[in-house]
Design a protein around this ligand. Sequence first.
Ligand SMILES: [Zn+2]
Ligand SMILES: [Zn+2]
Length: 138
Amino acid sequence: MNLDNCPRCGKLFAKNFRDVCPSCLREIDKEYERCADYLRENRGSIITEVSDATGVSIKQITKFIREGRISMMNAPNLSYPCESCGSLIRENHICDNCRARLQRDKQHMLEDLARKDDLRGSDSRAGAYKSLDKYKDK
Ligand SMILES: [Zn+2]
Ligand SMILES: [Zn+2]
């Protein structure tokens, strides 16, 4: 059996396919019920309103949405914060801006790696990178 501290209340529990202890699991179920009830009556709510009205943290509501327990189809104004910058989004884990930024960072990293490779790499590989550079200028 895999014993671990519950990330929510800190109690030791047997980790069986669940991230939190049984009592927290029940609490979270209740929180879900409150959010679902509220959204049934207030379909146009935004996430901060749901959080204020139910006392459930935005983080937890975000989790419900990601797990598919709360459907965004029935809540047209519901969105959740981007994991990176906190802007409200309705799909993916991060917003378009952050995705573009991460993409750029990745590109730079690959270019750095290529450059390092170029410095110590064999002639044939260095040649390949040079021909790539040629295309870039166009
Ligand atoms: Zn717990
Ligand atoms: Zn973002």
